[in-house]
Design a protein around this ligand. Sequence first.
Ligand code: NAX
Length: 333
Amino acid sequence: AKEPIRVLVTGAAGQIAYSLLFSVAKGDVFGPDQPVILHLLDIPPMMGVLEGVVMELMDCAFSLVREIIPTCDEQQAFNDIEAAFLVGAMPRKEGMERKDLLAANVKIFKSQGKALDQFAKKTVKVLVVGNPANTNAFICSKYAPSIPKENFSAMTRLDQNRAQSQIAFRLNVPANNVTNVIIWGNHSSTQFPDASHALVNVNGTIKKVGDCLNDDAYLKGEFITTVQKRGAAVIAARKLSSAMSAAKAACDHMRDWWNGTTEGQFVSMAVYSDGSYNVPADVMYSFPVQIGADRQWKIVQGLEINDFARQKMDLTGQELKQEKEDALSVCQD
Ligand code: NAX
């Protein structure tokens, strides 16, 4: 039998965590034979709510859950963890300036970076979901110098899943039949959802999505804006931000990182940029990646980038550079 692994979820009393914990506890991420010890971090005022989440987790009677540790103490939360879902973040409140929001989050992710550095396993895999996710992941990594930069990522998988699903519905195929859709750049409205390398399985034959849809105007227009604005559309309809789909995406991201991607397929993750495809280096930029059994991601190289894509990849890269500068300027001790 496998030894249990310690998995941290922050923002554990919040709405994304409510769905995410269910899937992690059920074995959808780390496997049906991998026991887990769940570390649940939230802030002091939420400890009562978190107690309720713990009760429900117990009441699910999941056989993989060996222990549940609810806490508002970072040392306890980050101690010996092998995987972290950093979901908790400061939400934008009415009248709050962008700069204030950034400052509040820099403070959280600086502190959690230091806690990772001191207490987590050096092999820990960190997925940042809390917004601004890319820049939060950058700050977190910066303050955890003893952990490889490659162990930090931010989530653009929800954007990828949204894009994949839009195309699958249009082509009337199951969502999984559409592969290799790419999200480039920032998890924000400047992201570039790119279907120009995407493939679709039609009755066992692999074809290019572009050839099947035969609608360049859609792929360069409505497709992109629908994915970019999907988060806002969900809020407008539900009066709450995406939660079930965000949790599903976080599971997909971590599962692929933990187990590797399927041969010939790639997925999008915001990772530490080496400047591939001439986008800014030293920011957390979403790229198509492939992951081996060693849990190391590699940016897919050699994809053809046309002028249309170039311009969109640069725009979102510029935004990330600016966000990083702003974050660093409020970082000064
Ligand atoms: P909720 O407000 O329901 O939950 C957030 C929880 O985090 C709260 O319980 C809060 O007390 C806790 N929290 C705040 N500061 C904390 C800290 N320092 N340590 C630990 N916990 C802390 O938000 P929810 O809907 O769950 O969303 C969480 C985050 O995900 C938000 O920042 C949101 O913007 C972001 N999202 C990111 C997405 C992505 O694709 N990258 C998509 C979904 C989502 O919008």
